[in-house]
Ligand binder design. Structure first.
Ligand code: NAD
Length: 379
């Protein structure tokens, strides 16, 4: 879950200011010597990107704007594509690896950490291989496709004394942080109910709709945003689940995984959540939280433009309402700058990330409970 310092420190300054201040603070202090981080003038954390697909492109552009991080290696099955990207980001050809020979990067001192941007079912293998090579791991969501894999990833990183962070970029996004703080501060009163959706109409032939690579359907891929939001907003872990799944379109896209899934969760406080996800329709991501003093909603789990609206009565029922209408003006790839900055600072200052492996594991455990409730077997 979010660390309190993240919630408080990032609220009142812009990302660029925060990044610049962070870089100055980093430069001003003597870093503790952390295993794997190059010593000398340039102490930016060097990342090797594993898998050069769509999300990797956002990350590469984000790191290029970061003052704490740089790209120092690439792992790809396509040498030509990797060489083009290497040239663009100043990575030497000698730091390009195929999937088979990746383990050789153990001896590459310019690589401190990896970013695992592969299909879901490959996260566990590449996280564990990277940990064994002594590299810190930033792994995309969903952390894995099985609870046991997530546990093995955490154990491998601990055994090899490297850090593990799951790339929940919204935990580092200002509107999300503001929303969490408003709820924690009691602005909308006691949280009673949470409502969220996130989905899209998937193209044929995507690895995402195969169980072998996706591990499941839209719940694994995009429903996880609603699940994770319900957890960071309530600050609680759900304890009871109901779920239903269906497939309407028998056009070959859903031979392996569900097309639609809706589920409910009850939290220990009594707060209830109702969520839907789909691979069969455009379903813009949003959440709405209803409290005893009012409500708030945030539109979009996307890469930019998070928009918060709220209306609540600080004096309670029947008293005048306060309203909020605010958008994060930052553009893509700022989520990725913030995310890389956070992990790099954790590596440089020997801190635990705000979204460690255990955060990913909890989502995997809850995804398993949701699938069970829907009568779908996971893994
Ligand atoms: P993508 O298909 O665009 O990229 C996947 C990459 O993996 C490609 O470079 C592909 O060549 C490589 N690959 C290696 N072996 C493969 C195989 N056997 N089959 C298919 N591809 C293989 O996918 P993506 O959208 O970049 O998603 C990658 C990961 O990032 C997923 O886990 C996804 O859930 C996650 N993701 C996160 C976000 C976010 O906002 N945090 C957004 C999108 C995707």
């Amino acid at each position: 879950m979010l660390g309190a310092h993240e919630v408080l420190s990032e609220m009142s300054i812009t990302r660029r200011e925060f990044s610049r201040l962070g870089a100055l603070a980093l430069a001003a202090q003597a870093f503790p010597s952390v295993s794997g981080v190059a010593q000398g003038a340039d102490r930016r954390v060097g990342y090797c990107v594993i898998g050069l697909g769509r999300i990797a492109n956002h990350f590469l552009r984000g790191v290029a704007e970061s003052s704490t991080s740089k790209i120092t290696g690439l792992v790809s099955g396509h040498r030509g594509k990797a060489e083009r990207i290497a040239q663009q980001y100043g990575v030497p050809k000698s730091s390009i690896y195929s999937y088979e020979e990746m383990d050789r990067f153990r001896d590459n001192k310019s690589i401190d950490a990896v970013y695992v941007a592969l299909p879901n079912s490959m996260h566990a293998e590449y996280t564990i291989r990277s940990a064994k090579a002594g590299k810190h791991v930033l792994c995309e969501k969903p952390m894995s496709v099985a609870v046991s894999e997530a546990e093995a990833m955490i154990a491998a990183c601990k055994a090899n004394n490297v850090k593990l962070m799951i790339a929940y970029r919204l935990h580092y996004e200002p509107i999300t942080l503001k929303t969490i703080k408003m709820i924690r501060d009691g602005a909308i009163g006691t949280v009673q109910a949470f409502d969220s959706s996130n989905g899209f109409n998937i193209a044929p032939g995507e690895w995402r709709s195969t169980k072998a690579l996706g591990g499941g359907g839209p719940l694994m891929d995009v429903g996880i945003y609603s699940l994770n939001a319900a957890r960071y907003l309530t600050g609680e872990e759900p304890e009871r689940f109901t779920a239903v799944a269906s497939t309407i379109d028998h056009d070959g896209r859903f031979n392996d995984v569900e097309e639609n899934l809706s589920w409910t969760m009850r939290f220990p406080s009594g707060a209830v959540a109702s969520c839907s996800t789909t691979y069969g329709a455009p379903m813009p991501g949003y959440y709405k939280v209803f409290g005893s003093k009012g409500w708030l909603e945030v539109a979009s789990f996307g890469y930019q433009g998070q928009h918060l609206r709220a209306s609540y009565s600080p004096g309670g029922r029947g008293t005048p309402a306060t309203t909020v209408d605010e958008t994060n003006p930052e553009q893509d790839p700022m989520h990725f700058v913030r995310q890389a900055d956070h992990f790099s600072r954790c590596i440089l200052e020997n801190q635990t990330p705000d979204t460690p492996g255990e955060e990913g594991l909890r989502d995997m455990q809850h995804i398993q409970s949701i699938y069970r409730a829907a009568g779908i077997s996971m893994g």
